[in-house]
Design a protein around this ligand. Structure first.
Ligand code: SF4
Length: 462
């Protein structure tokens, strides 16, 4: 059996450079252990010639796709083209297959899909498709169009001990090119997440597997062994990034990591931190380990939007305390906020600007909210009739796809584009703020002018 992975990469990405994906890399490692031929072609848009040349070169028997959440339309178009032009069956895995299986299995050309984590199920499915000893209908987690109709199998429990898994294959992603372009290597210490954010597809996995045992963590040794192997194999890595949202949620694990990482790797790293799970101790452990920057999800300054709409479960005080703990520990903090979340208004935007100004973050990343199909936040938008006809390309432009009476799309786009200018005007560093100060001085009565100048003098110089 010969598998060609068709990877849809973001339009901003180099059109032919694969994007490293932990889950796919792991699946490739598992398939190669079974001596299966696996190749990959990356496309930022449907590229008929590129696909044809990949099919001619690799002669696959099956196509495998892990469809990104913002590329459903492109994926459907690509799958239909694959079926009509190349007569190749497509297997779908990942978040789209997990959250929208009915829609995914009904695309002409899709022969099977796997719901949930696919590192165990995919090798079994490929074995079943390659021999007659096992039927795909017997593989847990697989949805399969059989002669008797659609088979919907419930997934097995996910892999409990992550140390039993091989390291993800990176060569298939041409990882040397990624390192040359980004000078960083990406890793994950955990799988699963116990949070329940409304804009994320994580709750589909919690629904499949339950909360007990869903968040799993590799041992420090297993993680560091992978880091050493990757740093040795791909020259030019200057930093490490831990992409998992639960990376820093276990203080005991982090304490051991802080002991071992500087000794066995020592490259500066950045990671994500959940503000509802960070205190001074965690911040200091991160700093001691060699962390330089943390990425935090702030979401919104409005308590209603953050806690009720996005269900981030992070209170205003947790944000203030978490950020100040990390700053005290000497970590740079980069915060992400959404603009144009369901129920957003001028008032909630002001609250976001207020909060971000008060936090004095090292960097702020504003994002226009995009309702990912299958999320609870997208359901709220659909129920209220707020989803416009604008398509997925808006995620990358970026433009709002929502039409909400409380904040029109044009205004959301405008706030997004002016976000940093709005912040500067609040913190007093803008030209407008500077001009306001000059005008204030110029129009200040003379008797108060002198007094205010004196107040600024250091003591002892009266
Ligand atoms: S913390 Fe991250 S991974 Fe977890 S539910 Fe929220 S957005 Fe998803």
């Amino acid at each position: 059996m010969n598998i060609l992975i068709v990877q849809l990469v973001p339009p901003s990405h180099a059109p032919d450079r694969p994007r490293f994906c932990h889950e796919l890399g792991l699946a490739v490692a598992m398939l190669r252990r079974r001596n299966l031929e696996v190749a990959l072609v990356a496309m930022s848009d449907y590229d008929r010639d590129r696909l044809r040349s990949a099919v001619t070169r690799h002669r696959p028997s099956h196509i495998l796709m892990d469809v990104p959440p913002h590329r459903h339309t492109l994926a459907r178009h690509t799958i239909v083209e694959i079926a009509e032009r190349h007569y190749l069956p497509v297997i779908l895995v990942g978040r789209y297959a997990t959250s929208q299986p009915e829609q995914a299995i009904s695309i002409p050309g899709v022969t099977a899909l796997i719901r949930g984590e696919y590192d165990q199920a995919l090798p079994r499915l490929t074995a079943a498709l390659a021999t007659s000893d096992l039927s795909p209908a017997e593989v847990p987690g697989v949805w399969f169009n059989s002669e008797e109709g659609l088979v919907r199998n419930v997934p097995d429990k996910p892999t409990a001990d992550l140390d039993t898994l091989p390291h993800p294959d990176r060569d298939i992603f041409d990882y040397g090119r990624t390192v040359s372009a980004e000078h960083e290597a990406a890793f994950r210490a955990t799988r699963g997440c116990l949070n329940w954010c409304a804009h994320c597809l994580n709750d589909w996995y919690i629904e499949l597997y339950g909360r007990d045992g869903y968040l799993r963590r590799r041992s420090v040794d297993h993680l560091l062994a992978e880091i050493s192997a990757v740093v040795e194999r791909y020259q030019g890595i200057q930093g490490i990034v831990f992409e998992d949202h639960a990376f820093a949620t276990d203080a005991e694990w982090l304490a051991r990591f802080a002991e071992e990482y500087p000794r066995r790797c020592g490259l500066p790293f950045r990671c994500r931190v959940c503000l509802n799970a960070v205190g001074q101790h965690t911040a200091e452990l991160l700093a001691r380990a060699g962390c330089r920057q943390v990425d935090v999800q702030i979401g919104s300054g409005s308590n209603f939007i953050r806690e009720e709409v996005l269900t981030l479960r992070t209170s205003h005080n947790q944000i203030l305390n978490g950020v100040s703990s990390m700053k005290r520990a000497g970590l740079a903090v980069r915060g992400m906020v959404f603009i144009g979340v369901p129920y957003e208004s001028e008032v909630s935007v002001e609250e976001t600007l207020d909060l971000v100004t008060a936090l004095k973050l090292d960097e702020v990343v504003p994002r226009i909210f995009f309702p990912i199909a299958g999320t609870r936040a997208a359901e709220v938008c659909a129920e209220n009739g707020w989803i416009s006809g604008r398509g997925e390309e808006c995620f990358y432009v970026p433009r709002s796809v929502l039409e909400m009476p409380s904040l029109p799309a044009e205004r959301i786009d405008e706030i997004f584009h002016r976000f940093h200018a709005l912040l500067r005007s609040r913190s007093g560093h803008s030209l407008a703020a500077w001009w306001r100060r000059i005008r204030k001085l110029a129009t200040q009565p003379l008797h108060t002018f002198g007094r205010s100048r004196r107040r600024q003098r250091p003591r002892g110089h009266q």
